[in-house]
Design a protein around this ligand. Sequence first.
Ligand SMILES: C[S@@+](CC[C@H](N)C(=O)[O-])C[C@H]1O[C@@H](n2cnc3c(N)ncnc32)[C@H](O)[C@@H]1O
Length: 209
Amino acid sequence: MEFEKVSEYIHELYKNKPFLSQHNYTSGMELQDYTPTVDDEAAAYLRLILKITQPKRILEIGTSVGFSTASMASVAKTYGGHITTIEFDEKVADQAEKNFLKAGLTAYITVKRGDAREILHDLTEPYDLIFQDVDKRLYPVLLNDCIRLLNKGGILLSDDALFPVFDMEEEWGHLVEPIRQYNEIVMKHPQLDSVLLPIGDGIMMSAKL
Ligand SMILES: C[S@@+](CC[C@H](N)C(=O)[O-])C[C@H]1O[C@@H](n2cnc3c(N)ncnc32)[C@H](O)[C@@H]1O
């Protein structure tokens, strides 16, 4: 089975699905220089997981311009969920907040500005779902705080889990080893039950036991 063929087929199928696409969300933005967001397939998966599990308290680590945040918020608003999202780059956080306002989603999102390491360390209230999408080198560093902050039965979704098998451009190469290490730790972790889903750039889905 060729992964590219699988991806093409899936994208073709999604074409007629009505949803907020990454292209539509980012076109017309003032800011052009930002870290890439999840793709449409991963966003569709995030929306579906929220529809099924209806987590009230959601934490996202790594906002960028807020495409994944807005995708989740478009569902969270239908059942009373709220998303807290963390970003340390002021320029992208400003753009994300403009995007949320334009999409009518501001009421369902709290943007926390600062370093995720410090913010996570200071958080105490538990979450039902955490979406990990920060600097990949921080995934292993932040894992203990993510587990501490998850309710029992809570879901941890970690993006870019398939980096170790992708042909990465040189500028992203340094992100492969932290993900490889993270995937191995997560799979063996006694407090987590995990599967790696080949959706988007790979989503590691874990439940806290
Ligand atoms: C991959 S992007 C997030 C994409 C977003 N989740 C989406 O799909 O729309 C990762 C973001 O994490 C931010 N980031 C990186 N290291 C951080 C840190 N230590 N604390 C807070 N944010 C950080 C980057 O500035 C970047 O905007």
